[in-house]
Design a protein around this ligand. Structure first.
Ligand code: GLU
Length: 320
């Protein structure tokens, strides 16, 4: 008889066994990709690590590997800041940033210039810098970073989440491409604040450190229609959660978004720290982490693990 797939599987210990098997497989894989080195602090992270955490609709948490080791969430922060910015300014945001997949690298300057300073979507660097600029309006940088942290701690139900100052500093010292894009957007009239002010907040949000367990907890509202669990506290309207999911699916892995949708079939957001947050709508919030990246800048083993997970569970949004 075939192993149970889909929501039925979540009710069985088969899921825990499948996740353990994935973690074992990832632990013994030798071709692990390379940690990001353009942010010197990230290059120091041991690539021989892999963690996974899955949180089900009933609150059950299943973890394996290095699920409790903190890592730099980097661009995964963009989903949370986007959620906050949409709450703050609503559809006005879309006059400053697009909703289309970029098809170009996450830090493409060429594309930004071709688009006249209006970034293609909010999940590439330029778009996320505009989102951060929106969050800064009416606030000081310290308050803005505090607001982002408060939101993350609230949705993860964990006050231990914090910014890694070494990573923030490392990026501040070397983030020349981001500075180029922020300056270009300022020149194009699409940045309200001084580029260095907006970038300071952006680098700090990217430097938030979280574990897979914390990240999967924080992603629940994206998996469960804007609530922490199907009948739990509402964080954002269901319509916003749906739209964030759409952007994660189409833009969450940069110019690897199509391949990720093809192989994994879940809305997801990656970060160059090697983490990926993925959601199986109505079923689970999932975080994976392995520091080695593929050539596009997405976690190599994280992607493979999510592929194996959706194969085992039938959780792809396109069906089992
Ligand atoms: N902080 C990184 C940067 O701006 C984020 C990139 C990523 O995680 O994809 O380059």
């Amino acid at each position: 008889m075939a192993a149970p797939k889909g929501p039925e599987m979540s009710a069985t210990s088969d899921l825990a066994a499948a996740i353990d098997a994935i973690a074992d497989r990832m632990a013994s894989t030798t071709d692990r990709g390379r940690p990001a080195d353009y942010i010197p602090e990230l290059a120091k992270v041991d690539p021989n690590q892999f963690g996974i955490a899955v949180i089900l609709a009933d609150g059950k948490v299943i973890c394996a590997g290095d699920a409790d080791t903190p890592f730099s969430i980097q661009s995964i922060s963009k989903v949370f800041t986007l959620s906050l910015a949409l709450g703050k300014v609503g559809d006005y945001l879309w006059s400053r940033v697009g909703q289309e997949p970029s098809g170009d690298p996450f830090n493409s300057i060429v594309q930004l210039e071709a688009d006249q300073g209006v970034p293609r979507n909010p999940l590439i660097n330029a778009g996320a810098i505009v989102v951060t600029d929106v969050l800064l309006e009416g606030c000081e940088p310290r308050e803005t970073i505090g607001g982002i942290l408060r939101f993350l701690r609230g949705v993860a139900e964990d006050d231990a989440i914090t910014v890694d100052p070494d990573v923030a500093c490392s990026e501040q010292e070397t983030g020349y491409r981001n500075a180029a894009m922020a300056n270009f957007m300022k020149a194009s009239g699409n940045l309200v604040h001084a580029p260095e002010k907006t970038l300071g907040v952006y680098f700090h949000q990217c430097a938030v450190a979280m574990t897979c367990r914390q990240l999967a907890m924080a992603g629940r509202f994206l998996a469960f229609d804007g609530r922490l669990c199907p009948d739990g506290a509402r964080i954002i309207p269901a319509s916003r959660a749906r739209r964030l999911g759409a952007l994660m699916l189409t833009c969450g892995h940069y110019d690897g978004s199509g391949a990720f949708a093809y192989r994994v079939g879940l809305p997801g957001k990656s970060g160059v720290g090697g983490g990926i947050l993925a959601v199986a709508p109505g079923v689970a919030s999932i975080a994976v982490w392995s520091p080695g990246l593929n050539t596009i800048g997405n976690s190599k083993l994280g992607t493979e693990a999510l592929h194996d997970l959706t194969e085992a569970t039938g959780w792809s949004i396109f069906g089992a």
